[in-house]
Design a protein around this ligand. Structure first.
Ligand code: APR
Length: 251
């Protein structure tokens, strides 16, 4: 599916007129890098049940399920390269137009692409911490243990439970990151919601807050979203192709 020329021109016009843009991204911006999203057909939640944070803390079986998901997803993230969508956002930042990326993604592809102001609402899967003593590991250094079916990772310093530094369902988001994201949403004059089904709270409050505070809202997503009716511009298109075509028109 490709976005119409007209939509690309309308997006380019909005980008041209704004120097206070915030991008809000979801898993859809990383699928073109080979990382499956969650709710598309064949996505993560079509293969696994999400592990609630309480269950993770209480039950060894829930922790084994959690690490089974990570055993599959972490190598995909480590092998992934930023794609045209990530690079288009870096270009907007380098032009002084994009003030921040607020992302739900946990793959660090925005940072690897060169984005310097990335707010990770749902944390990162690239780091692991002990929930007791806060000792840290990289996901890469732990991967051999998961590959060897060690699906119950216990801290070697204090016997505490280890967990990726992501935010699971039922787990609180970082208050600082959420407040900073909402502040940027209130201040921006253009919010672009990219590759998200916009169904998860409170993350989906970020684009809604921007709209309520007078920003123009662009939604770029293959499927419909619950915020489409608030969108000033809704583009049913492929992210990499659409964003890079619009940014190219700025030159
Ligand atoms: N181009 C355009 N849209 C795409 C592309 C693409 N290349 N690839 C996927 N999409 C769209 C899908 O149609 C889908 O609507 O991206 C959206 C991704 O939605 P989700 O899979 O629900 O991902 P996301 O919105 O990031 O999920 C939010 O839910 O499970 C939790 O914590 C997890 O951060 C995640 C949160």
């Amino acid at each position: 599916m490709s976005s119409s020329i007209d939509h690309v021109q309308q997006l380019a016009d909005l980008l041209r007129k704004s120097d206070n843009i915030v991008a809000f991204t979801g898993a859809g911006i990383s699928t073109e890098s080979g990382i499956p999203d969650f709710r598309s057909p064949g996505g993560v939640w079509s293969k696994y049940q999400p592990v609630e944070f309480d269950d993770f803390l209480r039950h060894a079986e829930a922790r084994r399920q959690y690490w089974t998901i990570r055993r599959e997803s972490v190598p995909q993230m480590l092998a992934a390269k930023p794609n045209a969508g990530h690079h288009a956002l870096v270009e907007l930042e380098q032009r002084g137009k994009l003030q921040a990326v607020v992302t739900q993604n946990i793959d660090e592809l925005h940072q690897r692409a060169g984005s310097t102001r990335v707010l990770e609402l749902h944390g990162t899967a690239m780091q692991v911490q002990c929930l007791e003593c806060d000792k840290r590991w990289t996901a890469a250094e732990l991967q051999p243990r998961l590959e060897a079916d060690e699906l119950e990772l216990i801290c070697d310093a204090c016997d505490g439970i280890m967990k990726s530094m992501t935010v699971s369902f039922g787990q609180a988001l970082s208050a600082d990151v959420l407040m900073d994201s909402m502040q940027r949403a209130r201040e921006c004059d253009l919010m672009i919601a990219i590759g998200s089904s916009l169904v998860v709270y409170p993350a989906n409050e970020v684009p809604a807050t921007a709209k309520r505070n007078g920003a123009k809202l662009v939604i770029l997503n293959r499927e419909k979203t619950p915020l489409d009716s608030y969108g000033d511009l809704v583009i049913r298109g492929e992210i990499g192709q659409t964003l890079s075509a619009a940014v190219t028109q700025l030159s």
